[in-house]
Write a protein that binds this ligand. Structure first.
Ligand SMILES: CCCCCCCC/C=C\CCCCCCCCCCCCCCCC(=O)SCCNC(=O)CCNC(=O)[C@H](O)C(C)(C)COP(=O)(O)OP(=O)(O)OC[C@H]1O[C@@H](n2cnc3c(N)ncnc32)[C@H](O)[C@@H]1OP(=O)(O)O
Ligand code: FAD
Length: 664
């Protein structure tokens, strides 16, 4: 029935102020207002239609993305949208495009690594989109190992130019988004060679295509790398391949904030740490953490609404069957994901703050917090994207067969999201960067400080262990500090074990390599501790709105106890909890699921997603799933004719036993 809210009875059950929760989710009343306004603007504009993506050919899809990007830009200019509004517009348009790399990496790279002069020259052009940039770092042969890149930038003091060259096949740039068909410029990373000496990898602004007719410039070979995973999905992006054949660029197109090359051919390193060359990656990793909650919440919203609509089994005396959301198994799979979506929201907020803080310090030439910011963003990017990708797939399964239909929105969401586990740093490689933090709980290098540090860590661990032994059912239920201590003790214990094992190796690098699987597990434990602790910190703030804080308390407990349950091997083997505690935690989880159940629909309504953004029949706001699924099926291009194309060539000859004479 059109216009009827099939989920109204669910919404009536909720025990908290949903509008107040919407503001908590958005971050502030202002952020909510912007988000709400722009989401409605996009949803109501046919120019941003996206329901046909999975049936378009790659060429049609890509051309449509170009149109949308131009249309989005026109909208931004015509409506004089602020930067915040434009970013929201991009978010709700919900289509990866070259513009992401232009705004998300090209511009930040110039801002972070360019000198004042370079910024003044290039940024105005980029802001007006008079040039379009991409971030060309990865090569066919090397992605994770940035120091292994092969492209060279050789200084020619005669002409005051760099010669950018791809010496091998494996040095071809491979993957950069926007490079394939659109970008006019790239920040290309190459090994700097001055006077025959190598100085490591640096960034260079290189023009790729003519600003008149878009043809590649002399010495540039460029194209798209081909179709990627899933229909629609990330295929709206032109990930590209690029080879340089002795391409000359002026000397002032090397990004020179970190180090400089003079016209006499002198290489100068400033006080700025060379890791700032990696600064754009830190920025983007931080945005990826913030985005994880969006992707996960979207999948959870779809699965929760559909689980309340879907009924299977349990009919008594002809009454309605059971809503699948009432099955404890469904709850135990779905509600931890709901809790994770909220947890990731708050960790994203915190990381944004951390990044803003580090940026401010960098501007004042204080580089002290850079290693911590790097380790945090790397670890949390890995943790949140892995959990989100797995969570989206779990939501698909939670929707049974219909979850496999493109019209559920989940296949495309998974396909578009899953590369987040790889891009901007493979998740395992990034977890290994947390080693500094996880191996030095009190921020001292266990390895270099040797046995003494291990002893300190052990004593810290022992005190955490003692407090975690004080656990009982009540403390698990009521005390966030008991939970936090359990997580601290587990992370500390795993780090100490790594540090102790590492100290048995004469060669640290050999030790790290041998123990890398343990280090990764310790890093995960450490990152989970950060997420739990920041969720708890959030709850210590004043949170207005009837029942809002109570709901968040429940979700926080679910997040922490679910992890404790899932990783109980770690908690038990490190002695942080006893088997009895583990059983109590499990009992408590069941009780928490019952508390979430009446509020589940309201908790996903608080995300305030439009049906356009969700792009899912199963997740539609009114829950009127079946008529919409039925209608959508008939709109599939395959149903345009009753008898399919190909009948006369391939089906009829089979049926008529004429296959041997058929012209196949
Ligand atoms: C159609 C619609 C259109 C709408 C349009 C609307 C208009 C739009 C308007 C507004 C829109 C706004 C939109 C914005 C959208 C933004 C979204 C952005 C999305 C982007 C999508 C992502 C695309 C993906 C891009 C990429 O993948 S780029 C490539 C990334 N590559 C990697 O991540 C490589 C991974 N490897 C590494 O990072 C490193 O090499 C390493 C593995 C970390 C280091 O390895 P290693 O330690 O071996 O080597 P060294 O290099 O020698 O390092 C030594 C020491 O340095 C430390 N280190 C390393 N990294 C860092 C760092 N980053 N910071 C600080 N320190 C670092 C390292 O730990 C070592 O330390 P030590 O103490 O051990 O010595
Ligand atoms: C959709 C998409 C968009 C992208 N966009 C861009 C872009 O705009 N610009 C750009 O420059 N790049 C881009 N990339 C490239 C991306 O950043 C790299 O693919 C990524 O950093 C991973 O590197 P890799 O491909 O070399 O993986 P590899 O390092 O080859 O990883 C392969 C396997 O080896 C393992 N491994 C590697 N090293 C280690 C180690 N030291 N210890 C343990 N295990 C290890 C990994 O865990 C993984 O399982 C994009 C990639 C994708 C998929």
């Amino acid at each position: 029935m059109e216009g009827v809210d099939h989920l109204a009875h669910e919404r009536n059950k909720s025990e908290f102020d949903v509008d107040a929760m919407k503001i908590v989710w958005a971050g502030s009343p202002h952020a909510f207002d912007v988000s709400d306004r722009i989401s409605k603007l996009v949803a109501s504009d046919p120019g941003f239609r996206k329901d046909n993506r999975s049936t378009l050919s790659r060429k049609e899809l890509f051309k449509n993305t170009l149109r949308k990007a131009a249309y989005a830009w026109k909208t931004i200019v015509d409506l004089r949208l602020s930067e915040e509004e434009a970013a929201k517009l991009r978010f709700y348009v919900d289509e990866p495009a070259f513009t992401d790399l232009h705004w998300g990496m090209f511009i930040p790279a110039i801002k972070g690594q360019g000198t004042e002069e370079q910024q003044q020259k290039w940024l105005p052009l980029a802001y007006k989109m008079q040039i379009i940039g991409c971030y060309a770092q990865t090569e066919l042969g090397h992605g994770s190992n940035v120091q292994g890149l092969e492209t060279t930038a050789t200084f020619d003091s005669q002409t005051d130019e760099f010669i950018i060259h791809s010496p091998t096949l494996t040095s071809s740039k491979w993957w950069p988004g926007g490079l394939g068909k659109v970008a006019t410029h790239a920040i290309a990373y190459a090994r700097l060679i001055v006077g025959g000496r190598e100085h490591g990898v640096h960034g260079f602004i290189v023009q790729l295509r003519s600003l008149e007719d878009h043809s590649p410039l002399l010495g540039i070979t460029v194209g798209d790398i081909g179709m990627k995973f899933g229909n629609g999905a990330y295929n709206t992006m032109d990930n590209g391949v690029l080879q340089f054949d002795h391409v000359r660029i002026p000397r002032n197109q090397m990004l020179m904030r970190v180090s400089q090359v003079t016209c006499e051919g002198k290489y100068k390193q400033s006080d700025v740490p060379r890791q700032l060359v990696y600064g754009t990656m830190v920025y983007v990793r931080q945005t990826i953490v913030a985005d994880a909650s969006c992707a996960l919440s979207r999948a959870v919203c779809i699965a929760t609404r559909y689980s309340a609509v879907r009924r299977q089994f349990g009919s008594q005396n002809g009454g309605p069957e059971t809503q699948v959301i009432d099955y404890k198994t469904q709850q135990s799979r779905l509600f931890p994901l709901l809790a994770s979506a909220y947890a990731f929201r708050f960790i994203g907020e915190w990381l944004k703050w951390l990044y803003a803080d580090v940026t401010q310090r960098l501007q004042a030439n204080d580089f002290s917090t850079l290693p911590e910011a790097h380790a945090c963003t790397a670890g949390l990017k890995s943790l949140t994207t892995t959990a989100t990708a797995d969570g989206i797939e779990e939501c698909r399964k939670l929707c049974g067969g219909h979850g496999y239909l493109c019209s559920s929105g989940l296949p495309e969401l998974f396909a578009v999201y899953v590369p987040a586990c790889t891009y901007e740093g493979d998740n395992t490689v990034l977890l290994l960067q947390v080693r500094d933090m996880s191996c030095k709980v009190s921020h001292e290098d266990c390895f270099s400080a040797g046995v003494q540090a291990v002893q300190q860590e052990t004593s810290r661990y022992n005190s955490l262990y003692d407090s975690s032994r004080a656990f009982n059912a009540m403390s698990l239920r009521c005390s966030k500090s008991a939970l936090l201590e359990a997580f601290e003790a587990r992370a500390a214990r795993m780090s100490v074990a790594c540090a102790q094992n590492l100290s048995n190796f004469d060669n640290p690098e050999e030790g790290f390599a041998e123990l890398s699987a343990d280090l990764v597990e310790a890093a995960v434990a450490h990152c989970q501790l950060i997420v739990v602790s920041k969720f708890i910190e959030k709850l210590q703030q004043e949170i207005p709105g009837k029942g809002v804080k109570q709901q968040l308390e429940v979700l926080c407990n679910i997040y922490a106890l679910f992890l404790l349950h899932k990783h109980q091997g770690d908690f038990l083997s490190t002695g942080c909890i006893t088997p009895k505690h583990a059983a109590l935690a499990n009992d408590e989880l069941r009780s928490l699921y019952s508390q979430v159940r009446p509020n589940a629909i309201a908790l996903v309504d608080a995300f305030n997603y439009t049906d356009h953004y969700l792009g899912s029949i199963l997740g539609c706001y009114d829950g009127n799933v079946y008529p919409k699924l039925y209608e959508a099926a008939w709109k599939d291009p395959l149903n345009e004719s009753v008898v399919p194309d190909g009948y006369h060539l391939y089906i009829r000859p089979l049926l008529k036993q004429e296959i041997r004479t058929a012209r196949l």
